[in-house]
Design a protein around this ligand. Structure first.
Ligand SMILES: [Zn+2]
Length: 339
């Protein structure tokens, strides 16, 4: 019996010393000390030992168990330490390695132009408001003095959802919505996306952006409109920019005008940029038509106002001297990151 125990002890210790993983240690524990382990089976065969011998053998079994357990614990601690050190070694940070480059996104030229326009008008006390892109025919046309059958409807190729609903072809419906909701004085700009069934080319797109402006108060005159847009043009294109108002026609304003600014490249001498004329068209504007005020329950005898509409892409193209509007929508990162 004594020899058998000695054999078990030797074999167990050898296996423990040779093991190089915590899992192997567990297997050894089960093989020797487990319910069906070798040491346990020795205990089970105690009945073969004579009564006098039993306490002695029992003590030897316990000693053997203790030795094996101690060795297991010791080895376990050693292996755990080794594993921790290896892990730490793997996690060492080499501070001399070159850093990974993070690509930081940045603003689209449209957005830069919009923020610039907003900054100018907010500085003059305007509020920025928004309206729905899917709009009622009423707000997009009828309330803007463009009844059914009006020729102005043909000039804008509109996407209709059904008889009453369309994708707004201009940001002007926000004027009507604002006048319905609030009383004068009103001073707003309304930037947003508009839709027209245009073919895509260098200057057209079925979806683009406008910035609408509206001022309603007592005693607002065309002089206020001219002064406001002159400040706007100078802020946007430079202090020496001159502004020219050309008579025009829009159904929702009377009188109406188109506004040109002096070419900021050639300062009016004429160049490729302004097609030799020295002037660049930037927006349409006018005094709000009394019919539009009446539709919104504002008394045209008491109040007057002006409105204007600027193409956002047009501003971005001019400011950054981009000659093809499609570049603004292709989102080619090599193009966009120049701004
Ligand atoms: Zn020019």
């Amino acid at each position: 019996m004594k020899e058998k125990l000695e054999q078990i002890r030797q074999a167990a210790l050898e296996r423990i010393v040779a093991s190089d993983a915590l899992e192997t240690l567990n297997e050894i524990r089960v093989a020797y000390l487990g319910k069906k382990g070798e040491l346990t089976s020795v205990l089970k065969s105690m009945k073969e030992v004579s009564v006098e011998e039993r306490p002695k053998v029992g003590q030897m079994v316990n000693e053997t168990r203790a030795v094996i357990e101690a060795k297991l614990e010791e080895t376990k601690a050693r292996l755990a330490k080794k594993a921790r050190e290896e892990k730490l070694k793997k996690e060492v940070i080499d501070v001399t390695l070159p850093a990974k480059k993070n690509h930081v996104g940045h603003k689209h030229p449209n957005m830069i132009a919009l923020e610039e326009v907003e900054r100018i008008f907010v500085g003059m006390g305007y509020e920025v408001v928004e309206g729905p892109e899917v709009e009622y025919d009423y707000y997009n046309f009828e309330a803007l003095n463009i009844p059914k059958g009006h020729p102005a409807r043909d000039e804008q190729d509109t996407f209709y959802v059904d008889d009453r609903i369309l994708l707004r072809s201009q940001t002007s419906p926000v004027q009507v919505r604002t006048m319905e909701k609030s009383r004068p004085p009103i001073r707003i700009i309304a930037p947003g996306r508009v839709f027209r069934s245009d073919e895509v080319d260098a200057t057209h797109s079925p979806s683009f952006h406008q910035i609408e402006g509206l001022v309603i108060d007592r005693h607002i005159t065309f002089a206020d409109l001219k002064g406001t847009l002159e400040v706007f043009a100078k802020e946007l294109f430079g202090e020496d920019t001159r502004v020219k108002f050309r008579p025009h026609h829009f159904p929702f304003t009377e009188p109406s005008a188109e506004v040109d600014v002096s070419c900021f490249k050639c300062h009016g001498k004429g160049c490729r940029f302004c097609k030799g004329s020295g002037w660049i068209e930037i927006l349409g504007c006018g005094m709000v038509h009394p019919n539009v005020l009446r539709m919104c329950n504002i008394n045209p005898e008491e109040y007057s106002g002006f409105a204007f509409g600027v193409g956002l892409e047009r501003i971005a193209l001019l400011k950054y001297e981009i000659d093809d509007m499609r570049l603004l929508y292709e989102n080619d990162i090599r193009f966009l990151k120049q701004f």
